[in-house]
Design a protein around this ligand. Structure first.
Ligand code: AMP
Ligand code: MG
Length: 424
C-alpha cells in the first residue's frame, strides 16, 4: 500500500472516498505479512488452546498392558472350556494380580491368579473368570462355566497402536487431546505459543479509567476493548498505557517493549491531523503503511512491521477500534497462533429496522441478532456514529451493508458477522 493512498487532508471517518481499498484487500495485505509464531515445546497446561505444530506419534500401545475388566481369576480359556454347574473345573491359585503392580505369578496349565479390576493380566492367562462364577476352597478355585479367550480382558493396544498419530499437526488442543498426550507419556507438545501483544493508547486527552477525568478529558476505553478482544482470541495482552501525542514518546514506548512483544496494537492518531502521532512517528520510516479502507467505521488504518513484529495502528474512535479489531486484528492473531479458522462465522439475517450508511463503503452496523419465526432477525442497537460505545456492548453481530447500498430496508436479508454467542 503506497503512502500516496493515504491522502493529504484530515480524513476521519466521513472524509471523501478517494484512494480506498476494500476490506478484503486490506485484510489480505495484513494476513500475507504474518506467519504463525515459531512453535515451542510447551507443557500441557500451557499448550491448552494452542495449535499443534508437529504431530505426536505414539511410542507404545494404549492401553500399555492388558488388564482385567472384572474382579475374579485370570485363567486359560482352554482349561475352563468344559466347565459346567454339574462338572466344575478346579484350578490351582498360584498368585495375585493387584492394580498398579506386576502380577506375582504367571498362569500355567490348570492354574489361576486372583485378579482385581484394572490389574494387569498375568502372562499365560487369556481370560478372567468373574468372582461370582467361582467358589474358592483353600488354594483352589472351582469354575462353573466356560469363558472364551479374551473374555473380561481389556487388551493392550485396543485404543492406540504404537506408531499411530496421537494428535496431528494443526489440531487445536482441548482437554481431550491433552488427556491423551498425558496418558501416553508426553508431558509437553510442540505448539504455536499465544502471542504476547502490547496495547497502547495515544492521545493528549486520555486518562486511565481509575483517574479523575477533568472536563474535556476522555477515559481510555480502547485499551480495554482491545484487551478483552485479545483474551477472547487466545492472545496474551499487555496494557502498556497511554502515550501522549508525541512521535518520539510513541516510538520509544514501542521499542521499550520489543523483547516481550509478538505484536503491537495502538489506537488513535492514524489520520493526518496535527495530533496524529502514529503518522508523524512512522510516516517516513517505510515500516508502517497508512491506508484508507472502504468501510464505516474504521476507514483510516495503519499496519506494518516494527523489528519484524506486526504493528496495528487502529483509528481512535472506540467503535472503529472494535470493528477494526474484529475485521483485521483478530484474524491476524488467529494466524499468529497457527489457527486455520481465521474469520468469525457469518449468518444471513432479516433486518428488523432499516439501516442507512455511506453509499461508497461497506458499513458494519451493530445489531442484536435473535431467533425469529423463520430464521435470524437483526435489530440495530443504535446510531452509526463511531463514538457510540454502548451500541457495541448491546450487540452480538455486525451487519454488513455493502458499498452501493445507502439504505437497507427493514425486511431485507443481510450478512452478519457474529462476534458473540447469539443465545447469551
Ligand atoms: P484520533 O483518531 O486519535 O483523532 O481519535 C478519534 C476520537 O477517538 C477522539 O475523539 C478521541 O478522543 C477518541 N479516542 C481516541 N483514543 C481513545 C481511547 N483510547 N479511548 C476512548 N476514546 C478515544
Ligand atoms: Mg488522538
Amino acid at each position: 500500500m503506497s503512502q500516496a493512498a493515504a491522502g493529504s487532508h484530515h480524513d476521519h471517518d466521513h472524509g471523501p472516498a478517494t484512494g480506498l481499498i476494500s476490506v478484503e484487500e486490506a485484510r489480505e495485505r495484513i494476513l500475507s505479512a504474518i506467519q504463525p509464531l515459531a512453535p515451542i515445546e510447551l507443557p500441557l497446561q500451557e499448550a491448552s488452546g494452542c495449535v499443534v505444530a508437529t504431530g505426536t506419534v505414539a511410542e507404545g500401545h494404549l492401553p500399555e498392558f492388558s488388564s482385567s475388566a472384572m474382579d475374579g481369576y485370570a485363567a486359560r480359556s482352554h482349561d475352563v472350556a468344559g466347565a459346567s454347574e454339574d462338572e466344575p473345573v478346579t484350578l490351582r491359585v498360584v498368585g495375585l494380580a493387584r492394580i498398579g503392580r506386576r502380577p506375582d505369578a504367571t498362569v500355567g496349565g490348570g492354574e489361576a491368579v486372583r485378579i482385581d479390576t484394572g490389574a494387569p493380566v498375568p502372562a499365560g492367562a487369556d481370560c478372567v473368570v468373574p468372582i461370582e462364577y467361582t467358589e474358592a476352597a483353600g488354594d483352589r478355585v472351582r469354575v462353573r462355566q466356560p469363558f472364551a479367550e479374551g473374555r473380561n480382558v481389556r487388551p493392550a493396544g485396543e485404543d492406540v497402536r504404537a506408531g499411530d498419530v496421537l494428535v496431528p499437526a494443526g489440531r487445536r488442543l482441548t482437554g481431550a487431546e491433552l488427556g491423551l498426550l498425558a496418558l501416553s507419556g508426553h508431558p509437553q507438545v510442540a505448539a504455536h505459543p499465544r502471542p504476547r501483544v502490547i496495547v497502547l493508547s495515544t492521545g493528549d486527552e486520555l486518562v486511565e479509567p481509575w483517574q479523575q477525568a477533568e472536563f474535556g478529558q476522555v477515559r481510555d476505553a480502547n485499551a480495554f476493548t482491545i484487551f478483552g478482544g485479545l483474551r477472547d482470541a487466545g492472545a496474551v495482552p499487555y496494557l502498556a498505557g497511554i502515550v501522549r501525542d508525541d512521535p518520539e514518546a510513541l516510538k520509544e514506548t514501542i521499542l521499550s517493549h520489543l523483547v516481550q512483544a509478538d505484536a503491537y496494537i495502538s489506537s488513535g492518531g492514524v489520520s493526518v491531523g496535527e495530533r496524529d502521532v502514529v503518522k508523524r512517528a512512522f510516516f517516513r520510516r517505510g515500516e508502517v503503511d497508512f491506508f484508507r479502507v472502504a468501510m464505516q467505521p474504521g476507514m483510516p488504518q495503519a499496519f506494518g512491521m516494527i523489528e519484524g513484529k506486526p504493528y496495528f495502528g487502529l483509528p481512535g474512535n472506540p467503535v472503529s477500534v472494535f470493528v477494526s479489531f474484529e475485521v483485521f486484528v483478530r484474524p491476524a492473531i488467529m494466524k499468529l497462533m497457527g489457527r486455520k479458522d481465521l474469520l468469525r462465522p457469518e449468518i444471513s439475517a432479516r433486518l428488523a429496522t432499516e439501516i442507512s450508511g455511506p453509499k461508497d463503503r461497506l458499513q458494519f452496523a451493530r445489531v442484536l441478532v435473535k431467533r425469529g419465526r423463520d430464521g435470524w432477525v437483526a435489530e440495530s442497537t443504535g446510531g452509526s456514529s463511531s463514538n457510540l460505545v454502548s451500541t457495541v456492548a448491546k450487540a452480538n453481530g455486525l451487519a454488513m451493508i455493502p458499498a452501493g447500498v445507502e439504505t437497507a430496508p427493514a425486511g431485507s436479508e443481510v450478512r452478519v458477522l457474529v462476534f458473540r454467542s447469539m443465545e447469551s
